[in-house]
Design a protein around this ligand. Structure first.
Ligand SMILES: [Mn+2]
Length: 366
């Protein structure tokens, strides 16, 4: 790998407000990394831009320190993330290559968990990782981390795990290893997790980090094109079908839901990532403050929730779908039929009616 180094002058070490680890975690990370040889980076299933960007950026930093590193993902990421540096060479996809991934986990001296903080997010890998007695370190921006991590860099106010990985690189003194490709991976996580700075990006710190990343001559416009203009014709047709026939508005709850059936998936040759962005669309409706997207699988329904303002999508998800996530973006799953999952959702709404009304009031105030 050709390495270009840059001297940054704009970068500031901004304390991680409200964090659980803060700058005190970084010397511990440096010491543990120095002391080991083989490092496993884990991220959540259905890895998104932040999961892949943060894991591969961190992987490429550790590789330059001479470590033996792999990123293990529970299942594959969408095509539009596969150009990231290290995807082809240093990523093991667990559900495609269990033997090699299991062997690597067995050899690893240290584990970094990135962009998730509860083990249900890594699906089948959970059992394997729970067996290890090696240290588990966390870099993540979700609330309420599990208690098993020996070192944590976590701040739920951060835009993305990529933002925290950048702070970790700074804090550990690894800045000299940042290359254009690493900066690009970090940028990918920030723009995907903030919806192009539409949400989760009100803190000035996000823009300090982005300003720093731009100084590495990243190909900003090309990255946007790679990420956002890559959908298939089938995906657009699926969206059309869903909006026309499978999209329901419940005005008394200021809520919508939509669903993708197994039949839809077959008909439109559904690929991982095809439903990306669908769940956010109803929030563009003036009076909608909460929405859900159901996706039907064999014996299983996955649900994504989005909300506006203070409506706690994560609490709703936890209460009815054993899920969790962020205040405005959460998910869960149910081993039941699509019909049953939708009825659990609609039956849950009356309990939240007051909160939904109050949230709707707030939209009127603005
Ligand atoms: Mn994230």
């Amino acid at each position: 790998m050709e390495t270009k180094h840059y001297n940054l002058t704009t970068s500031q070490k901004v304390p991680l407000e409200g964090d659980l680890g803060g700058w005190g975690s970084f010397p511990k990370i440096t010491a543990q990394v120095a002391d080991c040889n083989t490092i496993c980076i884990l991220t959540h299933s259905n890895p998104d831009g932040d999961a892949m960007g943060s894991s591969l950026a961190w992987c490429n930093i550790l590789l330059q320190l001479g470590k033996n590193v792999r990123v293990i993902i529970p299942n594959n990421c969408p095509d539009y993330l596969q150009w990231l540096l290290g995807y082809k060479t240093h990523t093991l996809i667990f559900d495609k290559n269990k033997a090699e991934a299991t062997e690597f986990i067995g050899q690893s001296d240290l584990f970094f968990c990135l962009d998730f903080n509860t083990f249900s997010r890594i699906e089948e890998l959970e059992t394997l990782v729970k067996q290890t007695e090696k240290p588990l370190l966390l870099i993540d921006h979700h609330p309420n981390p599990a208690e098993c991590f020996s070192v944590m860099v976590t701040n739920e106010k951060s835009s993305s795990t990529c933002e925290l990985v950048y702070r970790t690189i700074q804090g550990c003194g690894y800045e000299k290893y940042i290359t254009t490709e690493i900066a690009e991976a970090l940028y990918v996580g920030i723009i995907t997790d903030t919806g192009n700075f539409a949400h989760s990006s009100s803190r000035p710190e996000v823009y300090h980090v982005v300003a720093d990343l731009l100084a590495y001559n990243i190909h900003k416009n090309d990255i946007h094109d790679q990420l956002f203009n890559v959908f298939s014709f089938n995906r657009m047709k699926l969206l059309g079908t869903m909006l026309k026939d499978q999209f329901v508005y419940l005005p008394e709850y200021h809520t919508t839901y939509m669903y993708i059936t197994k039949e839809n998936q077959k008909r439109f040759n559904f690929q991982v990532g095809d439903s990306e962005g669908f769940v956010n669309m109803p929030l563009a409706i003036k009076d909608v403050v909460f929405c859900a997207l159901f996706t039907e699988y064999d014996n299983l329904v996955k649900v994504s929730f989005r909300s506006k303002f203070d409506f706690p999508a994560n609490e709703f998800s936890q209460e009815f779908f054993k899920g969790g996530g962020h205040l405005n973006a959460a998910g869960g799953k149910m081993y039941c039929s699509l019909k049953k999952a939708i009825s659990i959702f609609t039956n849950g709404l009356p309990k939240y009616k007051k909160l939904l009304d109050e949230t709707k009031e707030r939209t009127a105030e603005l």
